[in-house]
Design a protein around this ligand. Structure first.
Ligand SMILES: Nc1ncnc2c1ncn2[C@@H]1O[C@H](COP(=O)(O)OP(=O)(O)O)[C@@H](O)[C@H]1O
Ligand SMILES: O=C(OP(=O)(O)O)[C@H](O)COP(=O)(O)O
Length: 407
């Protein structure tokens, strides 16, 4: 079987460049602690305790969004979980970053600035193109090895994920290793009974893109969140358009064709919300049937109570349930009804269940459920549902190729 190398194969006393995924919710400028920190802390502590010189890369948010912030706060949260000091340098690969990297002693850990703050990170390029960028060439010259621990970003072809494995001997970190093993095993499972996928969240393109590939595996899709509104828009309802946010129109343009084709060919597999919730003039949760919405004049923030009542029995009758994305803005208790109702229904049954996504898995802890109520809680969202299709993840593929080259 093709596989990558892990930290068990890493030679001693290396200068190691490590890619983590610390992408986190940010509320009023404050980075929120979440499972990604505690999980990656294990890899970081292992590398530091082994006496390597460790420089960490990670991204946060997307340019133009409120969550696109510096990694300064991440260093402190990570240090607390890892039990080792994590220095931070507000630079990606300039002189300040290089000076900090060259100053590392054995066992030291340094976090570099948000990779998406360099222009070289995000352009759509093949791995060879990324490997030839200034960013990759400059940093790679400072290290002996590259460790990718960012399974949850492994579906992206960005420089920090696919460029470095062409430039340095490359290894999977502990999170990459365990998430890859768990998600690959899950993708290979077969179920006799109904398989349901709950789809929500804000990253509609990631989930809609895999719905067609999963139509043989999944019997029923239950929709909410931004993806759900886009489907309702295609079904002729006055929702899924940008009024107060810019979450919808670009994703509509990118996905309209696929959404219409899914609705034309597999309407019976897709269950859409029949009512939605919004904040009324008094700041209270209010609900409206989708058929009664005449024009979109406010943001909808959750599926409605009737929809939750329709979704719960579907979940209870399923043999397996996969969740990707929240059904509403659950961080605000008024709009947590859909997400929590469906997660509690899953937790109460003995179906095989997977909950994915850095944001969505937070709802489990926030609302008093336990990770042990679910078969697997993944810190990956888009990567885990892509893995369910059996398609390789670009960053994993590059780790495998690195191992094959060095064999
Ligand atoms: N209708 C909605 N409008 C805006 N945001 C929503 C809506 N429904 C869900 N969300 C948000 O989606 C986020 C999770 O989405 P996403 O980033 O796609 O998932 P994850 O990070 O879990 O993979 C939650 O933080 C939630 O607040
Ligand atoms: O949070 C992430 O993905 P997820 O929301 O699908 O779990 C990853 O950090 C990827 O981030 P991106 O979707 O901005 O490329």
């Amino acid at each position: 079987m093709r596989s990558f190398r892990t930290l068990d194969d890493l030679p001693a006393q290396q200068r190691v460049l490590v890619r983590l995924d610390l992408n986190s919710p940010v509320e009023d400028g404050v980075v929120q602690d979440n499972r990604r920190f505690s999980r990656h802390a294990e890899t970081v502590a292992e590398l530091a305790e082994a006496g390597h010189r460790v420089a960490l890369m990670a991204h946060q948010g997307r340019p133009g969004r409120d969550t696109f912030v510096s990694l300064e706060q991440h260093a402190d949260i990570l240090a607390e979980h890892a039990g080792v000091d994590v220095d931070f340098v507000p630079d990606t690969f300039g002189d300040d970053a290089l000076a900090a990297i060259r100053g590392l002693d054995a066992g030291d850990v340094l976090l570099l600035e948000n990779t998406r703050m360099t222009d070289d990170e995000l352009p759509e390029k093949e791995p060879e193109g990324h490997a030839a960028s200034d960013f990759v060439e400059t940093l790679a010259a400072e290290f002996d090895a590259y460790v990718n621990d960012a399974y949850s970003a492994a579906h992206r072809k960005h420089a920090s994920l696919v460029g470095f494995p062409l430039a340095l001997p490359s290894y999977a970190g502990r999170v990459m290793q365990t998430e890859y093993e768990a998600n690959t095993a899950i993708a290979e499972r077969e179920f006799d009974g109904d398989v349901t996928m709950v789809i929500g969240g804000t990253k509609a393109t990631d989930v809609i893109g895999v719905m067609e590939a999963l139509d043989e595996t999944v019997d029923r899709f239950l929709l909410g969140g931004v993806a759900g509104e886009l489907f309702l828009r295609a079904a002729g309802y006055s929702v899924g358009e940008d009024v107060e946010t810019d979450l919808f129109d670009d994703q509509w343009d990118a996905n309209e064709e696929v959404i219409r084709s899914v609705l034309d060919e597999r309407r019976d597999q897709v269950t859409l919300a029949t009512d939605l919730a919004y904040e009324d003039d008094d700041g209270e949760r209010a609900e409206v049937a989708v058929g009664d919405i005449e024009e979109k004049s406010q943001s909808f923030l959750d599926i409605g109570s009737d929809t939750v009542a329709d979704y719960e029995p579907v979940v209870r009758d399923s043999e397996a349930v996969f969740v990707k994305g929240a059904l509403g803005v659950f961080e605000d208790e008024r709009f947590s009804v859909g997400t929590v109702g469906v997660l509690e229904a899953i937790a109460e049954t003995d179906c095989f269940s997977v909950v994915g996504g850095g944001d969505t898995s937070r709802a489990i802890t926030m609302y008093g459920m336990s990770e042990s109520d679910f078969s697997h809680v993944s810190i990956a969202g888009g990567a885990y549902i892509r893995a369910l299709t059996g398609e390789p993840l670009p960053a994993v593929e590059l780790l495998v190729q690195s191992a094959e080259r060095e064999a």
